[in-house]
Design a protein around this ligand. Sequence first.
Ligand SMILES: [Fe+2]
Ligand SMILES: [Fe+2]
Length: 464
Amino acid sequence: MINIMEIIKILLVEPSESIGEVITKSLQRAYNADVIFHKTAAEGVERLKKGEVFSLILVRNQSDETPEIPSDQIAAQFLNIIYDLSLKTPLIVIGEFEHTFKKYALVSERLRIEEINRLVLKALGLKKEEFEHLKLPDYIAFPVKHFYLMNVSPCNVYIKLVKKAGDEFVKRLNFNESFNKTDLQKYEELGLLDFYILKDEYEDFMNGLFHQTLINLKKSRTMEENIEVVGDSFVLGTNLMRSLGINANCIAMVDQTILMMKNQIQKADKLGPLLKKLLDDKLSYSYRHSYLISALSFSLLPKMEWGSGDQQNILLEKICMVSYFHDIYLDDEKLIKISDLQEMKAAGLNPKDWDLLNNHANRAAVLIQSYPRLPQGVDLIIKQHHGVSNGVGFPLVLTAGISPMAIFFMVVEDFATNVLAMPDPPENLASSMKEAIKPLKEKYQLPSYRKIVTEIENLVNPKK
Ligand SMILES: [Fe+2]
Ligand SMILES: [Fe+2]
């Protein structure tokens, strides 16, 4: 069984091809790990520089020196890059090694696979028992909530029964069987959060999933229903792209989701009812957060003097894309809410979450570069959406030296986060918004940021 959402990804650098293969196979077998194997430090370091995130890095101390090629100081290069990027990814070094920055574990030169496997578990804070299930047949777990916009099962669907003698899979939906969201929510209320698909039927399942979801999205509905349906597809699209990357099948669905967000915001004659629906906390936080940023931007963009008429439409489209993708790698509400360095330090994050948050903007920008027909500048705004030009971490002090739309997005996002954090019920939206603007006035003193705060203030307190 594989849970596609929780794969352990290991970067392995080992100069010997055959040893590398043995280690790779062993890690795949024991932990179902996704092992990226390179023979030189440079190739691995490049991945880290691009913002790729690993659960663990496992490297040889150094390569042997030959008359032609000097020794590749693998471990030292990784310690340096880990330090430079402030990563907290655990590092295991194979062979004798010494370094002043002592944050690594050692495996002896006389390589024992068992010892590597044991250290990997220790470094990841996992227990051996957690991998017992890997001995089972090939089922892939898939969250029940990802079925919300389907009506007919594209293949047989199973549930897992945990038994003493070993887990058992029982068929719950037959191929072609009908169901609806209410049925699915009943399963979830019973604590059944995942369905299982046979590995061999995965492709049929995915095709059915995207096809049915897209058709369902296009049905006409009331505004309230639409917000809910678009929310379901937002969660589905972002989760899948986070784990699988941008795949051709999901693009039509994601395009449709973003288009519907934008159209709905433009069509609403008053934003009030739309915003109130967004305060409904049954919808996912990241969806409400992204939608609120887009809806606020619709009213604020015309004040920025960046163009009129059709240009406003393009600007809103960009903001909708940015808000859909900017935090795609953050699946935890707690991380989405963090907006500066102090909050990051105060949050008590584990190493994995620290790395994730540190690199999420840069990674999302890299991901979206392969998205077809990308409006110009969207990747740059995503990269800079926390105010740092290279998209890593948060700035020590705010700078005006980033894209004006990134500055805009940053301030509007901060405001949206504050609005969603207000304890008042949706009926008190107006007063919540007034309260939410107060911290922004303190925080944003630079003129380019200040202007946006002023416009938000005018929006919240319209002059009679
Ligand atoms: Fe965000
Ligand atoms: Fe972010």
